[in-house]
Design a protein around this ligand. Structure first.
Ligand SMILES: NC(=O)c1ccc[n+]([C@@H]2O[C@H](COP(=O)([O-])OP(=O)(O)OC[C@H]3O[C@@H](n4cnc5c(N)ncnc54)[C@H](O)[C@@H]3O)[C@@H](O)[C@H]2O)c1
Length: 267
């Protein structure tokens, strides 16, 4: 990770879905830069362990938060603002893709559609809704959304997930326009496959040999020939939140090992 000096020192950062996977890497990297970071997550055990075990430059505080619920989002923003005075950086990172949701749309229960849309997309609206007034009062801020390459091109049988990620990219553009006059930049990252629980969810019963084959298969569509580690997504999030990206807003940046650069005719 590049050195950001004191750029993030004492900044107040909220990360949804911060207890595991990409969110955990974002939380840790901001904290290592001296930020005050709220890890907002439903996984109390993982979130509390992360906060309690952290011994770096900044601090990590766990906040129990179902980011699909307005009351939890409001409480999370309020907790950060009460403790540290404001919110500088919001990372709308949370996302789910339950195992039993890999089905065509006519087999997807309405409740599953609603759950995925609420956790993956509505959460970004809710957190933004409650955090932006603090950014306006402070004179600026940054919002970084975690989208996916699945918002840009399609896999099979992921209708709700794909729609939520397409929505996230559209929401990013919209918020960027609306808040540019207020010095709030809004950007998204679109990761390819990343080595997290979300990706590994279908591999619980696999042998080590099967897992190795699975990792190779996941890596293959990426021109770099492998999947990403969570830290490789987090480091781009930090760059986008940094002064180095001061003239960027509204964009979705692919962090995908070249996947979206590849045409279907390329071998
Ligand atoms: N892993 C990938 O291959 C990949 C690829 C592209 C995009 N993404 C996106 O990256 C983001 C992070 O995914 P990940 O792979 O780190 O997933 P993950 O499953 O490893 O971690 C997700 C975290 O979100 C938390 N969470 C789940 N529901 C929540 C809720 N309602 N409220 C608050 N927290 C909740 C979980 O407890 C967990 O800590 C998601 O938006 C995902 O769609 C992941």
């Amino acid at each position: 990770m590049p050195s950001y000096g004191d750029q993030f020192l004492d900044k107040v950062v909220i990360v949804t879905g911060g207890a595991r996977g990409i969110g955990r890497a974002i939380v840790t990297q901001f904290a290592d830069c001296g930020a005050h970071v709220v890890c907002a997550d439903v996984d109390t055990a993982a979130g509390q362990a992360l906060a309690a075990g952290y011994q770096g430059r900044g601090e990590i505080v766990f906040q129990q938060c179902d980011a699909a619920r307005a009351a939890d989002c409001a409480a999370t923003v309020e907790a950060a603002a009460t403790r540290w005075g404001s919110v500088d950086i919001l990372c709308n990172n949370v996302g789910i893709m339950p195992n039993n949701a890999y089905v065509p749309a006519h087999e997807l229960p309405e409740a599953m559609w609603d759950l995925i849309m609420d956790v993956n997309l509505k959460s970004a609206f809710l957190m933004t809704h409650y955090a932006v007034p603090h950014m306006l009062a402070r004179g600026g801020g940054v919002i970084i959304n975690t989208a996916s390459v699945q918002g840009l091109a399609s896999a099979y049988n992921v209708s709700a997930y794909a729609a939520s990620k397409g929505g996230m990219i559209s929401l990013t553009r919209q918020l960027a326009l609306d808040y540019a006059p207020h010095n709030i930049r809004v950007l998204a990252v679109a990761p390819g496959s990343v080595n997290t629980d979300l990706l590994r969810a279908t591999t619980a019963a696999m042998t080590a040999e099967e897992m190795a084959a699975q990792y190779a298969a996941w890596g293959k569509p990426h021109p770099l020939g492998r999947i990403a580690e969570p830290e490789e997504i987090a480091s781009v999030v930090l760059f986008l939140a940094s002064d180095g990206a001061s003239f960027m807003t509204g964009s979705t940046v692919c962090v995908d090992g070249g996947m979206m650069a590849k045409g279907v005719w390329a071998q």
